[in-house]
Design a protein around this ligand. Structure first.
Ligand SMILES: Cc1cc2nc3c(=O)[nH]c(=O)nc-3n(C[C@H](O)[C@H](O)[C@H](O)COP(=O)(O)OP(=O)(O)OC[C@H]3O[C@@H](n4cnc5c(N)ncnc54)[C@H](O)[C@@H]3O)c2cc1C
Length: 721
């Protein structure tokens, strides 16, 4: 017996066949061009004059058929309706025919062609489903008014959503009405073209201009209406004290405020804790200062190989920490209140809370409060260490990247929880300084974002420095017995204890999203708990922006600063032009020894995304300068488009990899290929030659073998003559 699915398919194919045949036999496509329409106008007009009702009925039928079957030409038919029937009658016929046709297409997609439409057009479905979930039928109305997707595509895709047939029909008819008026009206003007002079008539030009402007006007209208709805519950100040208020004086906030002041906007920067944010006080700066001390210790230990005896020394941890704080103090002036005040930024020290889309309340250090009114707000509130819910952890006490800089004595036994960049940098440093470090990571490898060979190299290097690396180990609880602390870890179903004196939590950083008004304003978060923003970095409220760690998707100082430019410019000049944040070339580095630096795709990512690539590798163990320096390890790995020198991604592992990467970042940003890198003089002997040699490897692999064979013959011939 034939299944209902097969029957439906049979019917659908039959219906489509009939429509296609009719389209071909009657040569309907012939009618659906503007030239044809103009040529046939008199004939059609003749039909209409002879039998208006029959002509209207046939036209209605053809229109319904064309839209129901998603054949192109609806706009020409709409113009034709204007030309033949005039504005009033044309509008009525087209409005009902197009809505009925849309409903039929919707029904066919829903009942007969669901799988086929899903397979062919399903990739368009996600934003439509998202829009419907968020705004309901208003979303369909928006789509009808502002045709982001073509008319026929909306009909088919809506058939796959949950929306009912009745609201679909009604909203479609209402939503398409303004566009229909504009098109039918333009059609009436086409009918009036009798001579070339008519083409320049104000009425025709006006109608055509309306045709072009309609989508823009509709878009503007819809966005105005959406904004009105969104802001309705917040009283708008009559005037604003400031152009911009920036919350948080870390990398994101500082750069935003800097740009705003540079273009003479009135900007207030509010910081609740320390100027400079995490990077200066708890992140990049202290960690790099610690890494430097640890490296000096390591160099002292291997100094004999360089001809220096007795350089081993002992580590004075208190001095190491004092140096770290000296480094912070030396950099502090760059981010200070004084510097920013001098640049024209009003800096306030206190806790900021957004009380409406235009007001920020500041609780000052002395307990007083001040309410600021502002046209725009940029949230740059950063992130704080994530504390995993491990039983016993809080009771036993733990360190984070916020508190580790307060240590004055070196922990004898240190557990580092987390195998990401921060965990690896700190584990290696403490091990070099003399702690017995155990690093615990739940995933099967360290630095999971990089390629497996990078993880292996980093793990081997950490182990060489004495770190006990426990991957695929899950931390289950912390126990304290007679003052002795131990972390219980589970590996392959078995538990074992890791005794420690201090435990450092480095398992990720949570965006700061509570306690300053996001909840009250209903500003949504992403599943990763960052503030949801659009490509212009606007939150739900278009005049409130978010940048840096609090916005994601990256958690780096340079990406926070990069986003800050977009937020500042979009906020201050968005009414003229807005810019989408560009994440196409984002570099980063992990400052383990050897360093790991990356820009663009890794091999793993390219495979996951199904992007074709070629890999070129150059081993730094072969580089003259690295051999002379005693740092001959690591590699440069370049992914390119097959057969071309266009760079898709680069990973460098080695001494100063973070600095070496800059050349590739520049190349990718400005579309320079490996040939250009190869054709650039690199100073001998420097580590930067590794970049050129990697390009050389690529060139060798792509040498034109045919030409070389001819050259060989040519040289042989020359030797013989
Ligand atoms: C150990 C460690 C090492 C790191 N190393 C590097 C590195 O080598 N390279 C790199 O690029 N990145 C590194 N990072 C990451 C880098 O520090 C962050 O990406 C960067 O600081 C993010 O800047 P931000 O402006 O988003 O937030 P933050 O720098 O965190 O600044 C946010 C500021 O907002 C303030 N704030 C929050 N809420 C309020 C409020 N309601 N009112 C007033 N003020 C408020 C906070 O007090 C804070 O000062 C490291 C991080 C850590 C922890």
């Amino acid at each position: 017996m034939m299944s209902s699915r097969t029957l439906r398919w049979g019917l659908a194919v039959l219906a489509l066949f009939a429509i296609v045949m009719a389209y071909q036999v009657l040569d309907l496509g012939r009618w659906l061009t503007l030239d044809q329409l103009k040529d046939s106008r008199d004939t059609l007009q003749g039909f209409y004059d002879a039998d208006p009702w029959l002509t209207l009925a046939v036209f209605f039928g053809v229109y319904v058929l064309a839209t129901a079957s998603s054949f192109p030409g609806a706009s020409i038919l709409t113009l034709a309706a204007g030309a033949l029937f005039g504005l009033g009658t044309g509008l009525v016929v087209v409005s009902f025919a197009s809505s009925l046709g849309a409903l039929l297409a919707f029904g066919v997609a829903r009942t007969l062609l669901r799988d086929a439409v899903q397979a062919r057009l399903g990739h368009f479905l996600a934003p439509i489903n998202e829009g419907l979930a968020k705004d309901g039928v208003f979303y369909l109305l928006t789509l009808r008014l502002v045709p982001v997707f073509p008319f026929w595509l909306i009909n088919l895709l809506m058939g796959l959503t949950q929306i009912g047939a009745k609201p679909f029909y009604l909203v479609s008819q209402i939503g398409m009405l303004p566009g229909t008026v504009v098109y039918v009206n333009a059609g009436t003007q086409l009918a009036a073209i009798e001579s070339t002079a008519d083409i320049l008539s104000p009425a025709l030009l006006g109608s055509l201009a309306l045709l072009g402007l309609f989508p823009l006007i509709a878009k503007w209208g819809v966005s105005w209406w959406q904004k009105r709805k969104l802001y309705a519950r917040w009283p708008r100040p009559r005037r604003f004290d400031r152009n911009l208020v920036v919350i948080g004086a870390g990398a994101g906030g500082l750069v935003t405020a800097y740009i705003a002041a540079a273009v003479k906007a009135k900007v207030t920067l509010i910081e609740g804790h320390k100027m400079g944010g995490d990077c200066l006080n708890y992140g990049c700066v202290p960690s790099k200062a610690l890494i430097r001390s640890a490296k000096v210790v390591k160099q002292g230990r291997s100094a004999e190989a360089f001809g220096l005896r007795g350089a081993q020394g002992t580590v004075d941890f208190a001095v190491v920490m004092q140096r770290i704080h000296r480094v912070i103090r030396a950099i502090e002036p760059h981010d200070s209140v004084e510097r920013y005040t001098g640049l024209g930024v009003e800096v306030m020290q206190g806790h900021a809370r957004i009380t409406s889309p235009w007001t920020v309340e500041v609780t000052l250090a002395d307990g007083g409060t001040q309410v600021l009114t502002t046209r725009h707000i940029v949230i740059a509130a950063g992130a704080s260490p994530f504390i995993p819910p491990i039983p016993g952890l809080k009771e036993a006490g733990f360190l984070t990247s916020d508190t580790v800089w307060g240590l004055t004595t070196l922990p004898r036994r240190l557990v580092v929880l987390g195998g990401g960049p921060i965990g690896c940098e700190l584990a290696q440093s403490f091990a070099r300084l003399g702690s017995e470090v155990t690093q615990v990571e739940m995933a099967p490898r360290l630095m999971g974002r990089e390629d497996p060979e990078v993880s292996d190299l980093v793990a081997a290097s950490l182990q060489a420095d004495g770190v006990r690396v426990l991957t695929s180990h899950q931390a289950v609880r912390v126990e304290v017995t007679d003052g002795q602390k131990q972390l219980m870890v589970r590996h392959q179903g078995e538990e074992r204890a890791v005794p420690f004196d201090e435990l450092l939590c480095a398992v990720g950083r949570s965006p700061r999203v509570t306690g300053y008004g996001l909840e009250e304003l209903g500003i949504p978060l992403t599943p990763r708990k960052t503030i949801e923003t659009n490509a212009y970095l606007q939150t739900l409220y278009p005049n409130i922006y978010a940048v840096g760690d609090v916005a994601g998707p990256f958690q780096f100082t340079h990406t926070a600063a990069h986003q800050a430019w977009y937020a500042a410019v979009n906020a201050l000049f968005g009414r003229f032009k807005q810019f989408k944040a560009d994440y196409s070339v984002i570099p980063w580095a992990t400052f383990t020894d050897p360093e790991v630096a990356r820009v663009g795709l890794s091999e793993t990512e390219a495979r996951e995304k199904g992007i074709a690539f070629e890999v070129t590798r150059y081993g730094i163990d072969d580089l003259d300068r690295a051999i002379a320096d005693g740092t001959a390890h690591g590699f440069v790995k370049v992914l390119t488009v097959p057969g071309k020198d266009r760079i898709l991604g680069v990973t460098i592992v080695g001494e100063h990899a973070g600095d070496l990467l800059a050349e590739y970042v520049l190349a990718m940003k400005h579309g320079l290929g490996l040939n250009k890198i190869l054709g650039t003089i690199h100073t001998y002997p420097t580590l930067s030659e590794a970049n050129k040699y990697a390009a050389g490897e690529w060139k060798r692999a792509h040498a034109p073998q045919g030409v070389l064979a001819w050259l060989e013959r040519f040289h042989a011939w020359e030797r013989a003559h």
